[in-house]
Design a protein around this ligand. Structure first.
Ligand SMILES: [Zn+2]
Length: 477
């Protein structure tokens, strides 16, 4: 029990509020939360009797951030793959050691990732959960997400089997029946990739998704793995539908972007990931011209940070960097930035809400769900002057500045501390998974995995072993 017991109204007083309806900034503004909703936004609001008061002066109140693609089970190996390429990731998880994960290991990763997200003000995460090789793994993933008071979408996947196989399994149907119950805090998607094999072996999986009314999320435009061929097959067979989320979309042609734009899908950009793993150049500079909706994601903590401040910062930097580079190649100078700070804040909030079909999230206005973040750190010399709040969020703020977080009207972090979270228990669970993995792999393989050498022989660079298909688009000789 804490001072914010369930049902007690909360008012955040006197903050700089970013409602996320364009570049509007509301200074010295209150936000009143009753139940699971935002009840009012305005100066000096009258709060109901007994409301908890949170002093937001000197801080920024923004919608909770939304990550549309995170492999949460991998958070338990945080930082292990810091020096990996995408190929090394594929080999480790898809081909060699990913199968070692037991249900309790998926649970450990998901729990840690879910808590980490809340701590950083990421109130909704799409768990791109592609380690679900048995229904027990899937139950463990869902159990973990439901035990942490954040908002999650379980995007069900299984890299150990062709999508047509695992989506056809009765156990998968049974899981959907049991666990996809319309819980407002646990949504559902289906997660698999499209290889581009002309026989389109992924077709039955799309049909299952259609039958279940589930959104498909897919890694598209990933150099060496997925390409324009997959997009064309999805398009030709009528599976590019509004709501489809294309992750990365970093090495696609204008033709594919046209198809995505025309069919109402959105792109989840993972700039930190694209910059170092090799899917392709972070694509916002290209897709802005096509009017495709953008959301942000961080992909996996096996390399990268789990906070969207980094995602905003790197995305803004990568986009501007590309514009400068292209201009310089033509002997020209960029005199005005096309991509503004408020735009990446929009992608991290409203963009994510749109991508997952939740128009009740991502903005601050009466009637919307109360998923809120207060960025405020009175002890930090970076907290003032607060002249340009969007610039502050995109370039200055960090997870340590996340003072208060609400999800569904419930205060889950206050005064920089998570409420009701037993971090020691989570740490023990993570430790036990790491101990198990090290034991199974052996110390030498474990060390070698974390410290990749530079091989002399060609190594396998495509993770999809259920088809022999290879495309010129990604495997030019
Ligand atoms: Zn991914």
């Amino acid at each position: 029990m804490n001072e914010f017991e369930a049902g007690r109204p909360v008012v955040l007083r006197g903050g700089t509020v970013l409602p996320m309806d364009g570049r509007r900034v509301l200074t010295r503004t209150d936000v009143l939360v009753t139940g699971d909703r935002i009840a009012a936004v305005g100066p000096e609001l009258e709060a109901p009797e007994g409301a908890a008061e949170i002093d937001a002066t000197g801080g920024i109140v923004m919608p909770g951030m939304i990550d549309t693609h995170r492999h949460m089970w991998q958070t338990v190996m945080r930082g292990y793959g810091a020096d990996w390429t995408l190929t090394q990731y594929f080999v480790w998880y898809y081909l060699e050691h990913g199968k070692l994960f037991r249900p309790e290991d998926v649970h450990a990763g998901n729990t840690l990732a879910a808590i980490e997200a809340l701590d950083a003000g990421v109130t909704t995460v799409v768990d791109w959960s592609h380690g679900l090789r048995t229904p027990d793994h899937a139950d463990a993933a869902a159990d973990a997400l439901q035990a942490v008071p954040g908002r999650y979408v379980l995007a069900y996947g299984n890299i150990q089997q062709p999508p047509a196989e695992w989506t056809a399994a009765p156990e998968f149907r049974d899981f959907v029946r049991r666990r996809v119950t319309g819980d407002d805090l646990l949504g559902f998607q289906i997660a698999f990739d499209v290889t581009g094999d002309p026989s389109f072996p992924e077709r039955p999986a799309f049909e299952v998704a259609r039958e279940l009314g589930a959104t498909v999320t897919t890694h598209a435009g990933v150099w060496g793995a997925t390409s324009d061929d997959g997009i064309r097959l999805m398009y030709d067979h009528g599976f590019m539908t509004p709501g489809t989320v294309y992750v990365h979309a970093a090495s696609l042609s204008a033709d594919s972007y046209h198809r995505i734009a025309a069919t109402g899908g959105s792109i989840s950009v993972s700039t930190e990931s694209e910059q170092s793993a090799g899917q392709g150049y972070p694509p916002t500079w290209a897709i802005r011209a096509h009017g495709i909706p953008v959301s942000l994601s961080m992909d996996t903590s096996v390399w990268w940070s789990g906070d969207l401040f980094s995602a905003m910062r790197t995305t803004l930097g990568a986009d501007r960097s590309r514009e400068h580079l292209e201009a310089h190649a033509k002997g020209e100078t960029v005199t005005h930035c096309a991509l503004r700070a408020d735009q990446v804040v929009d992608w991290a909030t409203r963009g994510g809400a749109r991508a997952i079909g939740r128009d009740d999230l991502g903005t601050i206005e009466p009637g919307k769900k109360a998923d809120l973040v207060l960025i405020k750190n009175d002890a930090s010399p970076v907290s003032f002057p607060l002249l340009n709040p969007f610039g502050h969020v995109a370039f200055q703020a960090q997870r340590g500045d996340v003072h208060t977080v609400l999800v569904n009207g419930r205060v889950v972090k206050h005064e920089h501390r998570l409420l009701g979270i037993d971090l020691a228990a989570v740490r023990a669970q993570a430790d036990s998974t790491i101990e198990y993995l090290r034991g199974e792999m052996g110390e030498e393989a474990w060390e070698r995995g974390m410290n990749p050498d530079i091989p002399s022989a060609k190594v396998l660079d495509n993770p999809y072993t259920y088809t022999d298909y290879r495309s010129d688009a990604t495997h030019r000789l």
